[in-house]
Write a protein that binds this ligand. Structure first.
Ligand SMILES: *[C@@H]1O[C@H](CO)[C@@H](O)[C@H](O)[C@H]1NC(C)=O
Ligand SMILES: *[C@@H]1O[C@H](CO)[C@@H](O)[C@H](O)[C@H]1NC(C)=O
Ligand SMILES: *[C@@H]1O[C@H](CO)[C@@H](O)[C@H](O)[C@H]1NC(C)=O
Ligand SMILES: *[C@@H]1O[C@H](CO)[C@@H](O)[C@H](O)[C@H]1NC(C)=O
Ligand SMILES: *[C@@H]1O[C@H](CO)[C@@H](O)[C@H](O)[C@H]1NC(C)=O
Length: 499
């Protein structure tokens, strides 16, 4: 979420603070050492491996196999890319032909790397129950992150604990790593553009921005090197500085989602080929695949679930982060006219519910939120009619820094069926994962809201129990306590939903 008021207040601090350098991590002596590892579901039988190095690699390679002492396959790419102001190179390869739902061992090829492992994706149509996590608005931990004694009362109630892995949400995700199969993170990752919140960074903006990205993605790697970590954009990915008047001054490399594109552009999927026997489904899926634009908008399938990630920042009418948009961040557009919405319509129309009964949409800015925050009205205008028309079951947003659950709702009217086979999507906000801006107060109730929590950092777990029941829980990161639990029932009687 934005934080313009805090940042403007922070500027007078300039006069009194002690200046120190940006908090860059130490560069490993062996510059081929993989850092910031991240996996993603890239296809029904494919996983991408992304990582950074402190030098350009001629060949970026990963060895893998189903036994830790026989990494019999190797795949390489010549994809080692960087951008002005970055110290690192992003590398990416895709492991293909994987046997589904099988433990694979892999080693990023370097003179200084070790073997890790992951579970390969479940094929579309596998009806085994599983859990995925929704984590949004996470933020770096430590010297540049949420442990500061800031001016937000709420922020100060979060306990300060060293060592750096004690970001309470990252720590919880690490401790429970065997309990979920992948993570979706629709936007707002490191909060690198909040570098100016720390007085020590004030004269070192360009480096501080990069230092925060390096710290954050390394803090995340114990999770993202083990689990597919599915990313889509938020407002904090756009530019070096989210104060609208200043973003035009960002150096090259720190504008227009550059790091986000370098980091995730080659690792996120497009849209899967349909496994439906229906020919319209195949045609729509092919169309979606041509219109997909990862890492901004794309889809993937996993067992009982079809997940579509949307871009609430750019590429629709009055998109907030586009030039002329309300956020003034000068990002995008990334597609041709109406490409994102054409993608969304084709993608949702392609879903065969006999294969993947559950359809989940993930995006950054919500249009249903309690009165403590502003809904994204242009997002609602652009996306809600399609979500309703194609019977999306659950929509997951963040941007507002707390946890919220809404009844199934369309056009701000609760579906009369409630949780018992509604036609309208159920909505949640899972933006309380933890970041330097602190938590957002709930404010007054909104009529369709049934749960709201802003006392401590939290996130959501989403579990398809079977073809008709989807469990959604909110978890308090520090304790693991389940704060709210609900089960959505959908009969899923129609192979293709159009309403
Ligand atoms: C090897 O990698 C580890 C982290 O994986 C790092 O701590 C260490 O400094 C690296 N060693 C060299 C020589 O770069
Ligand atoms: C988090 O902090 C606690 C207490 O300081 C410590 O016992 C634990 O090992 C830390 N967790 C990680 C992942 O570093
Ligand atoms: C951002 O990048 C896209 C893709 O390269 C480009 O089409 C667009 O014009 C850029 N936007 C700005 C504001 O520079
Ligand atoms: C659903 O909401 C949209 C506005 O987002 C509205 O145009 C449409 O009429 C609603 N559909 C129904 C069936 O209420
Ligand atoms: C908000 O109001 C609705 C309707 O009055 C009520 O059902 C719901 O429990 C309230 N939500 C919260 C979080 O208090």
């Amino acid at each position: 979420m934005g934080n313009v008021l805090t940042s403007v207040k922070a500027l007078p601090l300039l006069a009194v603070c002690v200046f120190a350098a940006a908090s860059y991590p130490a560069i490993p002596r062996d510059r081929t050492t993989p850092v910031q590892q991240r996996l993603a579901v890239k296809g029904p039988n494919a996983v991408s491996v992304g990582w950074n190095t402190y030098k350009k690699l001629d060949k970026a390679c990963v060895q893998y196999g189903t036994s830790s002492d026989a990494l019999s396959s190797q795949i390489c790419s010549a994809n080692s890319v960087t951008y002005p102001t970055s110290r690192t190179y992003s590398n990416a390869v895709t492991l293909t032909g994987l046997t589904p739902a099988t433990t694979y061992y892999y080693r990023i090829v370097s003179t200084n790397s070790s073997v890790d492992h992951f579970l390969s994706p479940r094929v579309p149509g596998d009806k085994t129950p599983f859990t995925m996590n929704a984590v949004i608005d996470m933020g770096v931990y430590g010297a540049d992150g949420y442990t500061i004694q800031g001016d937000s009362a709420k922020r100060d109630t979060i306990p300060q604990i060293d060592p750096s892995l004690n970001h309470t949400t990252i720590d919880r995700l690490a401790q429970t790593v065997d309990d979920y199969e992948f993570v979706i993170h629709p936007g707002d990752f490191a909060y690198a553009d909040d570098w100016f919140e720390k007085p020590k960074n004030l004269l070192h903006g360009t480096n501080a921005f990069e230092a925060i990205l390096e710290q954050f993605y390394e803090q995340l790697s114990p999770i993202s090197s083990r689990k597919a970590y599915m990313a889509s954009p938020g407002n904090h990915e756009v530019a070096c500085q989210e104060v609208p008047l200043l973003s035009g001054l960002c150096p090259e490399g720190q504008r227009n989602f550059t790091d986000f594109i370098n980091r995730f552009g080659k690792t996120m999927p497009g849209a899967f080929t349909s496994t439906s026997s229906n020919s319209d489904a195949k045609i729509n899926a092919n169309k979606a695949s041509l219109l997909a634009n990862p890492p901004f908008w794309y889809s993937f399938e996993y067992g009982m679930v079809h997940v579509t990630m949307i871009d609430t920042e750019t590429d629709f009418a009055n998109a907030p982060d586009q030039p002329g948009g309300s956020a003034g961040l000068y990002g995008g557009p990334f597609g041709k006219s109406n490409q994102q919405l054409d993608f969304l319509a084709a993608d949702l129309a392609s879903v065969d519910r006999t294969v993947t009964p559950w359809v989940i949409v993930g995006g950054h800015r919500p249009w249903y939120t309690t009165k403590g925050s502003t809904p994204c009205t242009p997002c609602q205008r652009a996306f809600e009619p399609l979500l309703y028309k194609y019977g999306v079951d659950l929509a997951v947003f963040g941007h507002v820094h707390n946890s919220q659950r809404f009844l199934p709702v369309n056009n701000s009217v609760a579906d009369p069926a409630g949780m018992n086979d509604p036609k309208a999507p159920m909505y949640i906000v899972a933006g309380g994962a933890g970041n330097i801006e602190g938590l957002t107060a709930i404010g007054a109730n909104a009529s369709t809201n049934v749960f709201a929590y802003a006392e401590d950092f939290s996130y959501a777990t989403i579990s398809p129990l079977d073809e008709q029941r989807l469990k959604v829980e909110f978890v308090r990161s520090r304790t693991g306590e389940v704060l709210d639990s609900s089960v959505l029932f959908k009969s899923h009687g129609k192979q293709f939903v159009v309403q």
